[in-house]
Design a protein around this ligand. Structure first.
Ligand code: ADP
Length: 164
């Protein structure tokens, strides 16, 4: 049987414990998981693409079937290139739902062989987003509960530099 290869796409600006929870659960289900960091032109990112990928690599090493990659352009094209059939996305609150469903439908239209697989966010992370973490860190607030220590250190450095 063909191996089930799943892609977890996202900006990961920066990776949080919410993302890692989804990645951990995905690797327990699928044979191989690629965490794909999107080079997103529309979004204003705090960390550049290679920094975001590096932070992820620091964390996913504990799972042998998980790798980290970067891409730009259409997700479905990337899926074809990677010979992956499943897109894994996390669903937090209802407000995620409309957007995520729209994306899933469009991707399915563009590439019918690709399926989107939703995992419900764990209760303890269902309020957590990279945006909230950046907001707190920008005011020097505590983020240790939400991101791994290495990410926390990078956030501190980034905002200290920004404040000058
Ligand atoms: P995007 O930039 O595409 O919105 P993110 O980097 O914010 O992506 O997130 C990538 C994926 O992780 C998305 O599927 C998102 O719903 C999911 N995700 C983000 N935060 C959490 C969380 N706290 N719990 C579960 N899933 C999450």
């Amino acid at each position: 049987m063909r191996k089930k290869r799943a892609v977890v796409p996202g900006s990961f600006d920066p990776v949080t414990y919410g993302h890692l929870d989804i990645i951990e659960r995905a690797q327990a289900i699928f044979d191989e998981v690629v965490v794909a960091v999107i080079e997103n032109r529309a979004k204003n990112q705090l960390f550049d693409l290679s920094e975001r990928a590096e932070m992820l690599r620091d964390e996913v090493g504990r799972w042998p079937t998980v790798s980290v990659d970067t891409f730009s352009g259409l997700l479905v094209e990337y899926m074809k290139k990677e010979r992956a059939q499943i897109i894994v996305r996390g669903l937090r609150v209802m407000s995620d739902f409309e957007y995520e469903l729209q994306l899933a439908l469009i991707n399915h239209e563009l590439a019918p062989e690709v399926e989107t697989f939703f995992l419900a966010a764990s209760g303890r992370y269902s309020f957590l987003s990279s945006r909230v973490v950046k907001e707190i860190a920008s005011y020097g607030g505590p983020v240790a509960e939400f991101v791994p220590p290495k990410v926390e250190a990078r956030l501190k450095k980034k905002y200290l530099l920004e404040r000058g």
